[in-house]
Design a protein around this ligand. Structure first.
Ligand SMILES: Nc1ncnc2c1ncn2[C@@H]1O[C@H](COP(=O)(O)OP(=O)(O)OP(=O)(O)O)[C@@H](O)[C@H]1O
Length: 315
């Protein structure tokens, strides 16, 4: 589990208070509260349809809530005039589900979209240069710039979407299911990329995911959506101390246990690199659990746990 890098609890980048969203008769959020701390990677989880994307859309101003207050960087985001809203919007980047690249634009042109939208006065050569830099920064080959989305693999599309989200050097990054659809190795590499970018650039990350490995590998805290609100938020260890059935089922079900074992294995490997002789014995034990873990982790076929229950999907 990564360290909690937000030591000052008052340092809040996003604050949501008393949020209510509904579509017709269907109430999605009711009295939802949430805080995102500066510098943290906050994972947002919840069953399918619990309103994770609607929450993100509310925060970034694409969804007008029925009631509630939302502040980002200490500024209210609801009801602002266009200029004020734009000033706030420039400070965050968004990677939508599936990447949401413009299919008729090349990767470089996609990355340039926010630059052209918000900084029209920038010279063309500088826009080109910034876009090339962002492409490489996300681990894409330099020659990916002139390619069209249809020519890219799923992982490369995500990276291109991330490059676009980073175009304006944001302080805050919103990621909606960034590893969905990636193979386990690609997903782990994408996790690593997010973590290293968030550390080197000092980003705060709001990350919606169903991927338990991502939660274990890179999230400082996790917020759980259920019953139309955030029912709990904390480190995974803190969440496990709650008696919420959904949380227990989610983290202690076969997939949750597998992800925990995988993380433990990686922590042991890191420790082994640092202190090779001290962890040699433990490592043998952990490896034997790791085989089972690997069977279950990321994309493995759902199976039965030791009570004979089917592994629960995560939504
Ligand atoms: N524009 C809309 N009009 C009507 N209903 C909507 C709209 N957007 C979202 N919803 C509904 O709101 C609910 C929450 O949707 P949302 O996409 O936020 O769920 P989610 O938690 O992100 O789900 P998933 O994990 O499956 O992506 C769903 O029932 C969805 O059908």
């Amino acid at each position: 589990m990564p360290h909690d890098r937000a030591s000052n609890a008052d340092d809040i980048i996003v604050e949501v208070k008393g949020l209510r969203n509904s579509f017709g008769e269907s109430v999605i959020h009711d009295n939802l509260d949430l805080q995102v701390r500066r510098g943290e990677i906050l994972g947002v989880v919840g069953g399918s349809g619990t309103g994770k994307s609607v929450l993100m859309r509310s925060i970034i101003g694409l969804q007008t809530p029925d009631t509630g207050e939302i502040t980002v960087f200490g500024e209210p985001t609801i009801g602002r005039d266009e200029t004020e809203a734009t000033d706030i919007r420039k400070r965050w980047g968004v990677l939508f589900q599936g990447g949401a690249l413009f299919s008729t634009l090349t990767v470089a042109e996609n990355v340039q979209v926010p630059l052209r939208e918000f900084y029209r006065e920038l010279p063309r050569s500088l826009i080109d240069e910034i876009a090339s830099y962002k492409v490489v920064m996300t681990g894409l080959p330099a020659d990916a710039g002139p390619k069209y989305p249809a020519e890219l693999s799923g992982g490369m599309k995500k990276r291109a979407g991330l490059a676009r989200a980073l175009a304006l050097d944001p302080e805050l990054l919103f990621l909606d299911e960034p590893t969905a659809g990636l193979d386990p190795i690609g997903a782990a590499a994408f996790d690593e990329l997010i973590r290293s970018l968030s550390r080197t650039l000092g980003l705060t990350v709001f990350l919606i995911t169903h991927d338990l490995d991502t939660l274990y590998a890179i999230c400082d805290r996790v917020a759980v959506l259920a019953e139309k609100r955030v029912i709990a938020v904390g480190t995974i260890d803190e969440l496990l101390e709650t008696d919420q059935p959904w949380i227990q089922e989610y983290f202690k079900g076969p997939r949750g246990r597998a992800a925990a074992s995988t993380q433990e294995l990686q922590d042991t490997d890191r420790e082994a690199d640092a202190h090779p002789t001290e962890v040699a014995t433990n490592r043998t034990d952990t490896r034997s659990q790791g085989t089972l873990a690997d069977d279950h982790a990321r994309g493995a076929t759902p199976t039965t746990d030791d009570t004979g229950r089917k592994a629960t999907g995560t939504g």
